[in-house]
Design a protein around this ligand. Structure first.
Ligand SMILES: Nc1nc2c(ncn2[C@@H]2O[C@H](COP(=O)(O)OP(=O)(O)OP(=O)(O)O)[C@@H](O)[C@H]2O)c(=O)[nH]1
Ligand SMILES: [Mg+2]
Length: 719
C-alpha cells in the first residue's frame, strides 16, 4: 500500500443499530475495494469484520473492527462498530478517532432506539453524518417512512441524494439526484448500469435535485451567489456545498444501499472518496491540556492508541491514530502516560485480523502495531520526550449492570483476575473491581448480554469456568441522634494484663454541623472541654470527627490514637450489618487507666466497644446507594416503564419529550436496579435505553432495614 498524505485520508465510523447491516456493508466495501476476493456473510461466519469466535457464535459484532479501502487515490479508514447498546464502548472509541459518522439504517425499522443512542454520541462529538438506508430488498422496506422519521428529527438538514426505484423483494435500482442518473444492478450487484432517469421518475428526481441544489448552495456564499444567478450548480459545486454542509452539520445527506446484495456500495465509496472531509479539513483535536493539535505531517511524531485486541499467535495488537508527524518502522518513541520507551518494530494497515505491513504512516492515518512492551489503550507515544502531546480523552459510558464473578475452581482465581484485566484492555466497558468492602470481584458492564459475552469468552476461549453471583450492595451505616456509652476492657487473669476504660458521646455529623460542648442524657448534663479535633475524610465517603475532650489526664494522650484505631475498626465494619459507617462525631470525654495493664490494645478494644454501644443507641440507620436513572422510551411504553420503576422504590424526578421519545428521570436504589436492563428490554421489546449514575446515599425504609438486620444476624449465626 502506498503512503497516503494527510489530505488524502478519511476516517469514517460505521454506526447504526444492531442488525442494520454494518458488517455486511463492510464486507461489500472490502470486496469492491479489492481487499478480498470473495464476500463472506455474517450467517456463514466468514466476514472480515466479525472474526472473533464469540462474534461467529452470536452472529453479530462484539468488538469494533478497523479496515481500510483505497478508492480513487484516497485512503478510506473505516471502523465497523457493534450496534448493540451493550457493546457501545466500541462506537465511543471509534467516534474519538474518526471524522465522519456513516449511520446505517434498516429500512424495515427506520430510526431505532440503538440508532438514536448512537446519534446522541455523534451529536456530542459534533461529527458530520451521512445516513445510509440499507435492507432495501426487504419486503417491509420503507425508505420514505425512514426519511420522514429523519426529517421529523432533523428537519430540512436531511437531504436525500438517492431514492430506491423498486424497494422490496427484487430491489435493484436507485435514482441518484446528484448525478441525475439511475443506477441498476444485476442480481450479483457490484458494478451498476448507469442509465438516464426514466420519464416516470423525472418529476420526483428533479424535485429532489432542486432541494439538493438549494441545500448545497446554503453552505457556501460563493455557491449561493451562483445559485441566485443561475438557479443551478454543477456536480463539483454540489459536492463542494455538500462537503461544507457536512462539516458544519448543517446538512445530513441520505444514501441508499443493499449491502446484502452489494448494490450501491461502489457509489457510496465514490461519495465518501469525493465528498466527506479529509482529516485536515476537520476541527482540530485538543490534547489533555486543552491545546489544539494540528494533524500536521511535518509536526513532531505523536500517536494515540484507541483500541487493543489480544489475538492468537501474536498477542497484543495495538491500534493507533497518528495525531501529528510521521511514524516509521524502527522509530523509538516515548510513552507520555507511562514514561517508558517503545520501539515501533512494525506498522500495519489492517483489514480485520489481516495486517499488511506499511513502512511509514502520516498524520491523520490509522494503523496498528504489535509486540509493544508497555502500552495501554488510551496511551500516547511521542518522538519528543516530555512532549505535552497526550490525548486520553475517551469517556466511556457509566456501567448499567453488575455481577460478582467467581472462578468455579478456586485454583483458577489468579488466572481469572489476569484474564479480566486483559478483557478490560480489549473492552474498557467491562469494568473490574476487586472490592475489599464487599469481598467480591465485581464486573460491571453495559447490560446482561455484555456480561454473558464475557462469560462466553472466558469459558470458550480460555477454558475457564466462572459463575456470576448476586453482587452485594455497598450499604453504609450512620446514626440519627446523639448517644453516650462507656466501656471497660479488663483482662487480668495471669500473664500480661489489659485494662482500659473509655467514655464517649456520639452524634450525627454533616458538613457545617456546629461544634457543641454541652450534652444532656437523662437528668445528667455533660459539659465538655474540647482539647483537639480531628476531621477524617473516610475513604468510603463521608466523614468521622474525633474530638478529644479528656481532662485531668483521665486517659493518657498516647492512648487516644489507639481509641481512634478501635473506633475506625468499627467504622470499617459497622455495628449494624458490618457495612462501612460514616458521618459521625465522637467526643471522648472520660476514661480510666491502670498503671501497669493499660496499653494500646486495651484502649483500642475499649474504644471500639464503647463506640459500638453508643452507635447502637444513637438511632442507627442503614444508608443505601441511590442512582440517577434516565430512561429514553417510546411514548407508547411510558406507562409500563413508569409503573415498573414505581415498583422499584424509585422517585420519579421528571419527564420531557424528545422527538417521539419520552425521557424519564428517576432516583432508584442500586438494590432495585440489579437486572433493570433485562426487564426494561423485555417491557419495551428492546426499544428503550437508559443510563444510570451514582447520586447519593439515602436512608433505607424501615422494612428494608429490618430485613437487612435479620439477614445479617442469620449470616453471623452461620459463620
Ligand atoms: N435482506 C438483507 N439482509 C441484509 C442486508 N444487509 C445485511 N443483511 C443481513 O442482516 C443481518 C445483520 O447484518 P450485520 O451486517 O451483521 O448487521 P450489523 O449492523 O453489523 O449488526 P451488529 O454487528 O449487531 O451491529 C445479517 O443476517 C445480514 O445478512 C441487506 O441489505 N438486505
Ligand atoms: Mg456487525
Amino acid at each position: 500500500m502506498k503512503v497516503y498524505q494527510t489530505n488524502e485520508i478519511k476516517n469514517i465510523a460505521i454506526l447504526g443499530s444492531s442488525g442494520s447491516g454494518k458488517t455486511t456493508l463492510a464486507e461489500a466495501m472490502l470486496y469492491e475495494g479489492g481487499v478480498i476476493k470473495r464476500r463472506g456473510s455474517v450467517e456463514a461466519g466468514n466476514t472480515v469484520s466479525d472474526y472473533f469466535p464469540v462474534e461467529k457464535e452470536y452472529g453479530y459484532s462484539v468488538f469494533s473492527t478497523v479496515f481500510s479501502v483505497e478508492w480513487q487515490d484516497r485512503k478510506l479508514n473505516f471502523i465497523d462498530c457493534p450496534g448493540s447498546d451493550d457493546f457501545i464502548g466500541g462506537a465511543v472509541a471509534a467516534l474519538n478517532v474518526t471524522d465522519t459518522a456513516l449511520m446505517l439504517l434498516n429500512a424495515q425499522y427506520g430510526l431505532e432506539v440503538g440508532s438514536i443512542n448512537q446519534l446522541r454520541y455523534i451529536e456530542r462529538f459534533n461529527r458530520p453524518v451521512l445516513f445510509v438506508v440499507n435492507h432495501l430488498d426487504n419486503a417491509s422496506s420503507d425508505y420514505e417512512g425512514t426519511v420522514a422519521q429523519l426529517k421529523e428529527r432533523f428537519g430540512n438538514k436531511i437531504v436525500p441524494i438517492q431514492y430506491p426505484v423498486n424497494q422490496g423483494f427484487g430491489f435493484n435500482a436507485v435514482v441518484d439526484v446528484l448525478k441525475m442518473k439511475m443506477y441498476r444492478w444485476k442480481p450479483e450487484g457490484g458494478v451498476p448500469e448507469v442509465l438516464e432517469i426514466p420519464d416516470e421518475e423525472t418529476e420526483k428526481a428533479n424535485e429532489l435535485h432542486q432541494a439538493l441544489v438549494e441545500s448545497a448552495a446554503e453552505h457556501d456564499d460563493r455557491l449561493m451567489e451562483k445559485f441566485f444567478d443561475e438557479e443551478s450548480l454543477s456536480e463539483d459545486e454540489l459536492r463542494a456545498g455538500i462537503s461544507a454542509g457536512l462539516i458544519t452539520r448543517g446538512m445530513f445527506p441520505v444514501f441508499c444501499v443493499c449491502a446484502g446484495k452489494d448494490m450501491c456500495v461502489r457509489r457510496t465509496l465514490e461519495f465518501l472518496g469525493n465528498v466527506v472531509p479529509t482529516v485536515d479539513r476537520m476541527p482540530r483535536v485538543k490534547n489533555t491540556e486543552g491545546r489544539e493539535i494540528a494533524p500536521d505531517a511535518n509536526g513532531p511524531a505523536s500517536i494515540f492508541f484507541f483500541k487493543t485486541t489480544i489475538e492468537p499467535h501474536i498477542g497484543q495488537v495495538s491500534y493507533f491514530k497518528v495525531m501529528s508527524g510521521k511514524v516509521r518502522e524502527g522509530d523509538d518513541l516515548h510513552n507520555a502516560d507511562r514514561g517508558s520507551k517503545e520501539r515501533i518494530a512494525q506498522i500495519f494497515s489492517v483489514a480485520g485480523q489481516t495486517r499488511n505491513p506499511v513502512g511509514e504512516i502520516w498524520a491523520g492515518d490509522i494503523g496498528a502495531t504489535v509486540k509493544l512492551k508497555d502500552v495501554r489503550r488510551g496511551n500516547t507515544l511521542n518522538a519528543v520526550k516530555g512532549s505535552d502531546y497526550a490525548f486520553d480523552f475517551i469517556k466511556y459510558p457509566n456501567p448499567k449492570f453488575r455481577r460478582a464473578i467467581k472462578a468455579v475452581n478456586e485454583a483458577d482465581a489468579e488466572k481469572l483476575s489476569e484474564l479480566l484485566t486483559r478483557m478490560h484492555e480489549e473492552d474498557p466497558t467491562w469494568i473490574i473491581e476487586q472490592s475489599k468492602e464487599l469481598k467480591q470481584t465485581i464486573v460491571s458492564g453495559q447490560g446482561e448480554f455484555h456480561l454473558r459475552t464475557l462469560k462466553w469468552r472466558l469459558e470458550n476461549n480460555e477454558k475457564l469456568s466462572i459463575e456470576y453471583l448476586e453482587p452485594k450492595i455497598p450499604y453504609r451505616e450512620t446514626i440519627t441522634k446523639e448517644a453516650r456509652a462507656d466501656y471497660r476492657h479488663k483482662k487480668q487473669s495471669g500473664g500480661a494484663g489489659q485494662f482500659g476504660e473509655v467514655h464517649l458521646i456520639v452524634e450525627p455529623y454533616y458538613e457545617g454541623t456546629p461544634a457543641r460542648d454541652v450534652y444532656r442524657f437523662g437528668n445528667q448534663e455533660y459539659k465538655l472541654n474540647v482539647r483537639d479535633t480531628q476531621t477524617i475524610d473516610l475513604e468510603w465517603g463521608g466523614k468521622l470527627v474525633f474530638v478529644n475532650c479528656i481532662v485531668g489526664g483521665a486517659i493518657d494522650a498516647r492512648f487516644l490514637p489507639a481509641i481512634l484505631k478501635g473506633v475506625m475498626a468499627r467504622m470499617e465494619q459497622g455495628p449494624l450489618t458490618g457495612s462501612y459507617a460514616r458521618d459521625v462525631r465522637i467526643l471522648v470525654y472520660d476514661g480510666k487507666m491502670h498503671p501497669v495493664d493499660s496499653n494500646e490494645i486495651s484502649f483500642m478494644l475499649a474504644g471500639r466497644n464503647a463506640f459500638s454501644a453508643a452507635f447502637k443507641a444513637a438511632g442507627p440507620k442503614i444508608l443505601e446507594p441511590v442512582y440517577d436513572v434516565e430512561v429514553s422510551v417510546p411514548a407508547d411504553y411510558l406507562g409500563d416503564v413508569m409503573s415498573d420503576l414505581q415498583g422499584r422504590r424509585s422517585v420519579i424526578m421528571g419527564m420531557n419529550s424528545e422527538k417521539g421519545y419520552e425521557k424519564l428521570s428517576a432516583k432508584v436504589p442500586l438494590k432495585e436496579m440489579a437486572s433493570y436492563s433485562t426487564s426494561l428490554s423485555s417491557i419495551t421489546g428492546g426499544r428503550a435505553s437508559f443510563t444510570m449514575k451514582f447520586a447519593s446515599y439515602e436512608l433505607v425504609p424501615a422494612d428494608v432495614q429490618e430485613k437487612l438486620l435479620k439477614a445479617y444476624a442469620e449470616n453471623q449465626e452461620e459463620d
